[in-house]
Design a binder for this molecule. Sequence first.
Ligand code: GLU
Length: 296
Amino acid sequence: MPNNQSQNYTGHFAPSPTGPVHFGTLIAAVGSYLQAKKNNGAWLIRIEDVDVTRKIEGADVDILNTLEAFGFEWQGDIVYQSERSEYYQQALDQLITQSLVFPCICSRKQLAESNSDVYPGSCRDRNLPEKNQHALRLQAKDISIKFNDTVMGAQSQNIKQQCGDFIIRRRDNLFAYQLAVVVDDALQNITEIVRGADLLDSTARQIYLQQLLHYPTPDYCHLPLAIDATGNKISKSEGAAKIDINNKEKSLISALNFLGQQAPAELVKSNINDIWKWAIDNWDIDQVPKTKGSQI
Ligand code: GLU
């Protein structure tokens, strides 16, 4: 039988609309796009605006316009997390049915005073009534989640010891990122998540949620982050420089080189379509540096 696996590949790019596309966003877009193309797969776009408090008005349109100017082609309708609360609520209800969810009234100050990297479990056995102004946490079981990241290799995290009971609905009633992405990844049938290495640490919690919700676990592929001269991740919300679409050929080649693809020097003279052609033909995930961050 022919191996049809690659035809079923579905990847995605999931920007939060917290600012314009900068070099770090471009890297995640390029890496996820080329990995989907190389696998003859679909590439979907999801606007991760579940945290509406961080949303910048118009940033979604700006991001999409920039992607279009670069020549990215995506499939299907763009999904907005802010419109999907009913799905997140259904997943939350499933977890509540399993008696794994508890309200938490701990303040940030109390948690800071606990001197623990993980939630100390203070509210777990308090049997507080579920009220809208309470955060909801998911009980962390004492299990180790192991996965093999496409770039970063073998990973393992004990949910109870290293993550602790984590928030799945915030006290302002917004669903937490961890729950929303797990629901969306499953409903969109994403087969490989390609994203920045800042989310490597979230992956075990997401797999834990997938297991509890009986969802399949996709493959994970974390790309190195672009780090600025001060050693910090460049980020939209910190006002990183917007990608100049008048100079997109140069930016795309820089992104390819950042991802270890060694674009030939003469490619700078090519137009954007030819650069994409070279990139798709030559994309090699094994060349991506196995490091969480590289200075640009
Ligand atoms: N929305 C996240 C961000 O913009 C990325 C999440 C993902 O790629 O899965 O940082």
